[in-house]
Design a protein around this ligand. Structure first.
Ligand SMILES: O=P(O)(O)OC[C@@]1(O)O[C@H](CO)[C@@H](O)[C@@H]1O
Length: 391
């Protein structure tokens, strides 16, 4: 960050009772129990997972072993941090490292029986096979009868509220499917920017699999078929992350789920997406930086170059928002466009609020929310669509 950039305190997880503290001390213990219940890991994996929980809730940060393929990369990312208590590291850094270490503990990257086994797959699979998805697929039958503008708005809203379907949030947060109330809605700017662009290439940085990825894919199909995008790049995580984050395997499972609805709109959408992947108008992409513990202001040159050609990059979800604006306690009225000035393309954040970070709100909105008893920043009840145009 340039020395002249305004800044704000980095969020740590060292304050008992804070949201970040609760992630380590309440959410992670529940997650660990669920992971160990969902797959029949052996004694070595179980012990390593339990040790990680103890280390991350009261111990010091231990580096990855030298046999880990990315240990040098993490040594670099955590040069000043290893050997310090977990709660002295930035929350974003420590939480990201927790997920990397969970994969280490379960043997995801090691040669052996658990190599490549997603520890969160049982939860993701259950969601994709569940009744809510059945209803959501059936609802797609109404899409063709909607006027084009209405269809665009409905599908954008679905992609936004799909972000509530977050398996991590459900570990401690409220259940329920009510649509979030929008605290900021720059969607007209999103549509006008795409319309003004000659042959728009759109990038979408995905967040969760299942009930979030499904509406994301339906939105992508709509952008392509309505000519609002001529090409889409869908960025997914290179490895399981933050419980439900989407990987390529999750995209394929979701495509299968759509295509299984033969003779219905869902099936047709799945077929068009498949064809779009075949002819290259839809590309699934990934990059190691998507699982890095760093803000997007530190994008590596190759990823920055890929995104810089986009007419719009749609950034989904809470974690991506934290990385986009910086995981700091900004003034909530701090302008969104300033916070994301570093991003290499026009950018649209679609996010339900599930952590303390927030920027770009109007003062009366903040005052109104602060006057309530609600945990409005973290409850997942509120959403936003914030856009910055111009690169
Ligand atoms: O990125 P997502 O799926 O919208 O949310 C991720 C999340 O559940 O994980 C973090 C806490 O564990 C928070 O950033 C947020 O609450």
């Amino acid at each position: 960050m340039s020395p002249n950039m305004p800044t704000a305190p980095t969020i740590l997880s060292d304050v008992p009772g804070s949201f970040a503290w609760g992630v380590f001390h309440e959410r992670h213990p529940k997650l660990v129990r669920q992971v160990l219940d969902a797959l029949p890991y052996g004694p070595a994996e179980r012990a390593a997972v339990e040790e990680l929980l103890v280390e991350s809730t009261g111990g010091v940060l231990q580096p990855l072993g030298t046999s880990a393929h990315d240990h040098r990369q993490w040594r670099e990312w955590g040069a000043d941090l290893f050997g310090k208590p977990w709660d002295e590291a930035p929350f974003l850094w420590a939480e990201s490292y927790f997920y990397r270490r969970l994969l280490e503990a379960t043997g995801y990257f090691r040669p052996g029986a658990w190599h490549g086994i997603d520890p969160f797959a049982p939860f993701k699979n259950a969601e994709l096979a569940g009744p809510a998805v059945v209803d959501e697929l059936a609802a797609l039958d109404d899409l063709p009868s909607l006027p084009a503008k209405k269809r665009s708005d409905v599908l954008l809203a679905s992609a936004l509220w799909g972000n509530r379907a977050d398996l991590a949030l459900r570990l401690t947060g409220p259940a329920g499917d009510a649509r979030p109330a929008l605290l900021a809605d720059d969607s007209p700017l999103l549509w006008s920017t795409l319309a003004a662009s000659g042959s728009p290439r759109v990038c979408l940085l995905a967040d969760n699999a299942g009930r979030e990825l499904l509406p994301d894919l339906v939105l992508i199909d709509h952008l392509l078929t309505a000519g609002q995008a001529t090409e889409v790049a869908l960025y997914v995580k290179p490895a399981p992350y933050y419980v439900s984050d989407a990987t390529t395997a999750d995209v394929l499972a979701t495509l299968d789920r759509l295509r299984a609805e033969a003779g219905r709109e869902a099936g047709r959408i799945g077929g068009r997406l498949w064809q779009a992947m075949n002819d290259g108008t839809l590309a699934i992409r990934t990059h190691p930086f998507l699982c890095a513990p760093l803000p997007f202001s530190d994008l590596p040159a190759d990823l920055r170059a890929e995104l810089s050609g986009a007419a719009m990059t749609i950034v989904k979800g809470d974690l991506n928002y934290r990385r986009l604006v910086g995981d700091r306690l900004w003034a909530p009225t701090s302008p969104f466009a300033e916070r994301v000035g570093h991003f290499p393309s026009p950018v649209a954040a679609l996010r339900t609020l599930k952590s303390d970070v927030i920027v770009g709100l109007d003062e009366p909105v903040v005052a109104g929310l602060d006057a309530t008893e609600e945990e409005w920043r973290t409850s997942g009840t509120y959403g936003l669509i914030q856009v910055r145009t111009g690169a």
